[in-house]
Design a protein around this ligand. Structure first.
Ligand SMILES: Nc1ncnc2c1ncn2[C@@H]1O[C@H](COP(=O)(O)OP(=O)(O)O)[C@@H](O)[C@H]1O
Ligand SMILES: N[C@@H](CCOP(=O)(O)O)C(=O)O
Length: 322
């Protein structure tokens, strides 16, 4: 999207009275994004992003706020929430929970170069280290059980070939949990670090945004999400130099285990499956909104099929199918 909920000047003046950010100067809806309503808000003291949470389990919101605050406190560049005058991070706008976060400089890149990927690798490794001291946790809201439920919801929308692929991959991923994924390092991960969720200023990461799928899962899953989006184009062509640059920077700060290397082809498939399933749901069951932006599911179907034939190795080469 996406602006699902229209916010007025009056709404904002009322909201800003609870923060020490001066007076409202300007605001506008942000068309990018899928899940939440976002507005850029400028005040006399700074620039902010207002997010209205549209479809979230509200019980998770304090977790996201604490995570963003924790990472910012550990020097990981990212969106972090602004505290209200009463010390809390959450407000309410138009009956939705809402948060003001610092607006980061820079812009996302659609065609990342090796230098962008290297900078990102360093930041993701720092993030994976900083979460070791983060005490909160929540399960992945888009885990395999969610995917299996999505597949059931989609039953009468899918052709037989597509349904078979989904069923087969779900079954394979179930088997992996107690086999290839056993013992992989886990912690709180971002879980949605696509190119549009990372801003760059002069080829260096200025900040990571959109922590609203953050959850406890395999660190390797974060890397697989990144590899699928950053190192493959929509036609499915692999750009190994991007991934090598990422891994060179990442591995220097957190060396990957043998088990992670072995699990990599399966994890790339898991990440492709997760976003294929959620995009299919968004495509077949779109939410209402003023400006909506739906992602095409088909690149992830292609990627999943390609990974099932031959997935790239964690260090950037091409390995035979596992
Ligand atoms: N803290 C921020 N600083 C700068 N821009 C931001 C910030 N947060 C969000 N944005 C902008 O808003 C867009 C949508 O935000 P995002 O969090 O991805 O929404 P959604 O949760 O709906 O996907 C981003 O692509 C970016 O352009
Ligand atoms: N990155 C996902 C979309 C996740 O939703 P969003 O609200 O974070 O944009 C994808 O590309 O499918």
């Amino acid at each position: 999207m996406s602006v699902y909920t229209r916010v007025t000047e009056d709404d904002l003046r009322h909201l800003l009275a609870d923060y020490s950010v001066g007076e409202l100067e300007d605001f506008r809806g942000i068309s990018a994004g899928i899940t939440n309503t976002n507005y850029f808000v400028d005040t006399t003291t700074g620039r902010w992003v207002l997010t209205l949470f549209e479809q979230m389990d509200n019980g998770s919101l304090p977790f996201f706020m604490q995570l963003m605050d924790h990472l910012a406190g550990h020097g990981v560049p990212g969106a972090h929430p602004l505290a209200r005058n009463d010390g809390g991070f959450l407000s309410e706008v138009r009956d939705r929970p809402a948060a003001l976060v610092y607006r980061l400089a820079g812009a996302s890149v659609t065609e990342p170069q090796s230098r962008h990927c290297g900078s990102l690798g360093g930041v993701v490794a720092e993030m994976h280290r900083a979460v070791r001291s983060f005490g909160e946790s929540q399960r992945n809201p888009r885990d395999l059980e969610w995917i299996a439920g999505a597949r059931d919801r989609l039953s009468d929308r899918l052709d037989a070939d597509t349904a078979t692929l989904l069923d087969d991959e779900i079954a394979y991923q179930r088997e992996c949990i107690d086999t290839v994924y056993a013992g992989l390092p886990e912690a709180v991960i971002h879980a949605d670090m696509f190119r549009d969720n990372v801003l760059f200023d002069d080829e260096r990461v200025s900040g990571v945004i959109d922590f609203y799928y953050a959850c406890h899962d395999y660190l390797l899953f974060d890397l697989a999400v990144i590899c699928n989006d950053w190192a493959f184009n929509d036609a499915g062509a692999y750009m190994p130099e991007r991934w090598q640059a990422f891994m060179n920077a990442y591995d220097r700060r957190r060396a990957l285990t043998d088990a992670e290397h072995a699990a990599w082809p399966a994890m790339l498939r898991a990440a492709a499956l997760r976003f294929w399933a959620s995009r299919l749901i968004d495509y077949h069951f779109p939410m209402d909104g003023d400006v909506t932006h739906i992602h095409d599911p088909s690149p992830f179907e292609r990627l999943l099929r390609a990974h099932r034939d031959a997935a790239p190795a964690l260090d950037g080469g091409i390995a035979a199918r596992s």
